[in-house]
Design a protein around this ligand. Structure first.
Ligand SMILES: [Zn+2]
Length: 232
């Protein structure tokens, strides 16, 4: 199927372009604002701690991790992990991203439903994104299996749906974390005036990478359904 012109033209090419463009946007916006100090000059670590403090959250650590844009909140370890360029930096980008990760802490504390659904879908997503397409291809290639090949195809699609669901439910989780972040940044006066607009730009660009991933997965699903349908 990877040599199928339909797949290349309508799935792989638009998917790669979209994801590449999203990555390009997020890196560009990040690099731009990673070089602009915020007027208050708080580091990513200080921003995260100030937000957790304001929220009255206790027992959540703020730790540095290696890598670029590898920032995340780990709910099982109760740790906000900030990348090297964020943790000790007093840039606008550092404040925005640290606040976003604290947005995930707020979701965890409040028991935000989409976040719980997303967490429960992780195993299904890992299995579905790999085993799903494999089963589907096996079903299509081994037509000699008769009825069994149909079972393979639909089992493959069902598994892949688990992965799709994960990507789709990631969207409200990410958008919500960012809107919580922007609100608390305002409340605490961490970023002022145009700095707030810059933070919004960074977080929107980051959110768009998840939109691109979800669209790519949906394109793949569309292709798989088309393959399944065009068999008989
Ligand atoms: Zn996030």
């Amino acid at each position: 199927m990877f040599f199928d012109p339909t797949y290349l033209l309508f799935v792989a090419l638009p998917g790669m372009l979209l994801m590449g463009w999203a990555q390009f946007k997020v890196k560009g916006t990040y690099q731009k604002y990673a070089q602009v100090e915020s007027s208050l000059g708080m580091t990513g670590k200080q921003v995260a701690e100030a937000i957790l403090d304001r929220m009255g959250v206790q027992g959540v650590k703020v730790e540095p991790i290696p890598g670029e844009l590898s920032d995340h909140y780990d709910p099982s370890a109760k740790a906000v992990r900030l990348s090297e360029g964020i943790y000790g930096s007093n840039s606008i980008a550092a404040a925005a991203i640290a606040a976003h990760e604290c947005g995930h802490v707020m979701q965890d504390v409040k028991g935000y439903t989409p976040m719980n659904i997303r967490a429960s879908l992780v195993p299904a997503a890992n299995l579905g994104s790999q085993l799903g397409p494999m089963l589907l291809i096996a079903g299509i290639v081994f037509t000699g299996l008769g009825g069994l090949s149909t079972v393979f195809i639909y089992a493959g699609i069902a598994l892949f749906l688990g992965a799709i669901l994960f990507h789709v439910v990631t969207l409200p989780v990410e958008f919500d974390a960012s809107s919580r972040a922007l609100r608390i940044i305002d409340d605490l006066g961490i970023l002022q005036g145009d700095e707030h607009k810059a933070a919004k730009q960074i977080l929107s660009a980051a959110a768009f990478t998840y939109v691109a991933t979800a669209i790519y997965a949906l394109l793949q699903l569309g292709y798989y359904l088309m393959l399944a349908n065009s068999r008989d």
